[in-house]
Design a protein around this ligand. Structure first.
Ligand code: IPD
Length: 265
């Protein structure tokens, strides 16, 4: 039997160690090492170093587990798989803005059972184990409940790529007049933890990858939120929505007419 709590504890230890390394080694001006999907989608040497550290610690503790990492891709096979974003919010990391996170989730048989989002510059480590609640510094987290769309503070993000961003701008123009306000923090993992902590009421984004939302999504769900895509689909790069039931459906219905399958350029 796989002990989910032990996996969660290991995920927390590893994400704390990676966070300490990143804080200690972050130069005043980190250099861009490479670009990925577009010139705005950057990687620093420390994204790679942090993922290497995390992979090394996982392999040492659990040599037979699979790993999916933002920088290193998929390795290994097994019932247990680790989903790693070594720096979620790389652009913030680059500029010295205090909103980036080490995100580590653990799946068993394809379901995320533990998630840790370490928002390193703020010293906040959000944790969740499926069925065990969402936690920050010993406090149980609860998302806001009963907030109608027109009074909701909504976090969002923008994936990389000019074509995708043109669509994101159209979606934003549709959402902004219908909500209290929008926040763009720069780290999807941290945005989802903000939903969990009631610091925003909801989140939507076109473009997040699995490693951006695997850990934060569980934290939000364990705090009472719902996460998913359009029409009952799981969270996905076309559209991911997260909010308490009620607001989730309102956001869903607002976004459904802009279904990417119909409006992508
Ligand atoms: C990005 C951040 C950003 C979100 C993008 C992500 P990265 O992750 O989470 O907030 O809007 O969709 O790609 O590239 O910094 O790991």
């Amino acid at each position: 039997m796989t002990d989910v709590r032990l996996l969660g504890r290991l995920a927390e230890e590893i994400s704390r160690e990676a966070g300490e390394m990143l804080l200690a080694k972050r130069p005043a001006r980190p250099e861009i090492l490479a670009t990925k999907s577009s010139p705005t989608d950057v990687v620093t040497a420390l994204d790679r170093a942090a993922e290497e550290l995390i992979r090394d610690r996982i392999r040492r503790a659990r040599p037979y587990d699979a790993i999916l990492g933002e920088e290193g891709g998929a390795t290994g096979e097994g019932r247990v798989r680790w989903i790693v974003d070594p720096i979620d919010g790389t652009v913030n990391f680059l500029y010295g803005l205090p909103e980036w996170a080490v995100s580590v989730a653990v799946e068993v048989d394809g379901e995320v059972v533990a998630g840790v989002v370490n928002v390193v510059p703020r010293g906040e480590v959000f944790t969740a184990v499926r069925g065990g609640g969402a936690w920050l510094a010993g406090e149980r987290l609860r998302c806001t409940v009963g907030v109608p769309l027109d009074r909701a503070l909504i976090a969002t993000g923008f994936g990389y790529g000019a074509g995708r961003r043109a669509v994101q701008a159209r979606v934003l123009a549709h959402v902004l007049p219908r909500v209290r306000d929008i926040r763009r923090g720069g780290s999807a993992a941290s945005d989802l933890c903000s939903v969990a902590a009631g610091r925003v009421d909801g989140y939507y984004e076109r473009g997040p990858q699995y490693w951006d939302h695997a850990a934060g999504g569980l934290v939000a769900v364990e705090a009472g939120a719902r996460i998913g895509g359009l029409a009952g689909r799981p969270p996905n790069p076309d559209l991911t929505i997260c909010a308490a039931p009620g607001l989730f459906e309102e956001l869903h219905d607002l976004l459904a007419p802009l279904d990417p399958e119909r409006d992508d350029p």
